[in-house]
Design a protein around this ligand. Sequence first.
Ligand SMILES: Cc1ncc(C[n+]2csc(CCOP(=O)(O)OP(=O)(O)O)c2C)c(N)n1
Length: 244
Amino acid sequence: MGSLLRAIEKLDLPTKRIAIVSGIGCSSRAAGYMNFQTLHTTHGRALAFATGLKMVRPELTIFVLMGDGDSTAIGGNHFIHSCRRNIDLNAIIFNNNIYGMTGGQASPLTPQGDKATTAPYGNPERNFDIMKLAVAAGATYAGRTTTYHLSMLDKLIEKGTKNKGFSVVEAMTYCPVGYGRLNKKGDATAMLNWYKDNAVMVEKAGSMEAAELEGKITVGIHHQQSAPEFVEEYSRRVEMAEKG
Ligand SMILES: Cc1ncc(C[n+]2csc(CCOP(=O)(O)OP(=O)(O)O)c2C)c(N)n1
């Protein structure tokens, strides 16, 4: 939340033109602490609400705050179609590798083998790589970092906001209670240190072997491209149809 506020300050955007849309979860509570135009919506549907808002108020800069369960489980379909449409929204995914608010169930971002209350013998499922999912589905900006690397997180959000299209920023945000305790990751400080020790810049990762990257977090801008933006494309087509 601090990174988002610092990025907004840097971008010098008029406060009244900023909307924060969030789903339901620990992460989505962030919307309630910020004094912008805020919508705290339903679990998994933040992107659907944000899509409607952007279509009727295209002048708004919209940040969509979601948890990993919110955005990739119940809201997974909205996520891939938002990427595909390239609608000008700024999704910020707080990835704590678990369903935090409801007490630590496994999410699509719980690493295989890790424990969750619904996976007491270790998670048998493979986890998504949000960056790969976003890029494959058509997002025009995808960046990832951790809450240890705060200045990088500020910059990733800032750059993503400047992108005209669907931007995804994945912020690894540790949950020492729901995930850390079950997986013996230590306290909050130990989890932050784990981020510090295991982050690899995406540029460097390109020249590393898959085995070396096992268990590492690749951080930085993973993807950037330009493509037609959905609301503009939609309006252009309406205009053309009206002209006959
Ligand atoms: C339709 C619906 N299904 C389930 C829930 C219960 N629920 C509330 S928060 C949550 C999971 C939150 O996990 P995540 O999205 O990863 O966010 P976090 O709390 O970890 O930030 C669930 C399943 C709900 N509120 N609404």
